[in-house]
Design a protein around this ligand. Structure first.
Ligand code: ATR
Length: 280
């Protein structure tokens, strides 16, 4: 490899099956960038040493995934988003300093912007299922776009109340039993739980009372069309899926490492979708 080649990687454990090299590889080729994107499977006990020596390993930056997102935050200089979400997934070297952000927010709002431009001008409240790492990013993105009421429904109620403590009174924690009432007339429903993923229980929700022009979003991308999204499509709602979010969350890292803001195109979506089951 040319010594001037800029390289980034995804660090995880396990990481072998990451789809990110295919995604970034497509953009590197499309924009003619002299760059490389590799997988680094690093055990938790070796993560700190690896990250703190990123440039010696030949990298200008990295994505970080399970189980390293919390550690990455502590070992770097996080921006406001990474701090607010409490996890970092994208890191870059800036004049020798290791900085970090969380691009899961861009993934979620980017997919919505693309499927329903101007959505945040007409929507003031949302229902979010899940209060884990993904749920925090989703709620953060909705508040950033000015929503005034975000109902967070989570199996473990205390994790939903923790989001209110972290983000303020626009977050309204709720129990799973409250869901039917919350869905009445709702304009935006986002699933940020693993329910509906292949191998997990299905998310069986009655969507009949949602607003006629509702948007339904799912972070799950295996399968591409979860039972929730299939039900939403059947009713004619606008939908966004987890693959769209994955693509949009990758934009920020590519720009930071390689200097080009890449576009999420239909061609890229089709390329990435080719080896993911369409339905369960
Ligand atoms: P991630 O970082 O992807 O959000 P996570 O932090 O493990 O992963 O969160 C998973 C989310 O899915 C949580 O909201 C979890 O609910 P709990 O906080 O109660 O664990 C939710 N989840 C997972 N399995 C579930 C199930 N069988 N029923 C309801 N919620 C479930």
């Amino acid at each position: 490899m040319n010594p001037s080649t800029r390289a980034a990687c995804v660090i995880g454990y396990p990481a072998k099956h990451s789809r990110s090299p295919k995604l970034h590889g497509h953009w590197l080729e499309r924009y003619g960038v002299d760059g490389d994107y590799r997988i680094e499977e690093i055990e938790p006990e070796h993560f700190q040493a690896f990250l703190l020596n990123l440039s010696q390993h030949g990298y200008v930056g990295a994505n970080v995934t399970m189980p390293h997102k919390d550690a990455a935050l502590k070992l770097s200089e996080p921006d406001e988003r990474a701090l607010g979400i409490g996890a970092a997934n994208t890191l870059w070297l800036d004049k020798g300093n290791l900085r970090s952000t969380n691009t899961d927010v861009d993934g979620f709002v980017g997919a919505l912007d693309s499927a329903a431009p101007g959505w945040h001008d007409r929507i003031t409240s949302a229902v979010v299922l899940g209060a884990g790492g993904a749920g925090r990013a989703v709620v953060y993105g909705l508040l950033e776009r000015g929503l005034t009421a975000v109902h967070v429904v989570n199996r473990t109620y205390t994790k939903a109340t923790a989001l209110r403590e972290a983000y303020g009174s626009s977050v309204e924690p709720a129990h799973w039993e409250d869901l039917p009432k919350l869905l009445e007339g709702a304009s935006l429903l986002a699933n940020a739980t693993s329910l509906g993923m292949d191998g997990q229980p299905t998310l069986g929700i009655d969507l009949s009372t949602l607003a006629a022009d509702a948007i339904v979003s799912d972070i799950v991308y295996v399968p591409l069309k979860t039972p929730l999204l299939a039900a939403a499509e059947e009713r004619g709602f606008t939908t966004t899926n987890g693959l769209e979010m994955l693509l949009h969350q990758a934009v920020g890292g590519f720009k930071l490492w390689f200097g080009v803001r890449p576009e999420v195109t239909r061609e890229l979506y089709e390329l990435m979708a080719a080896d993911i089951p369409a339905t369960s």
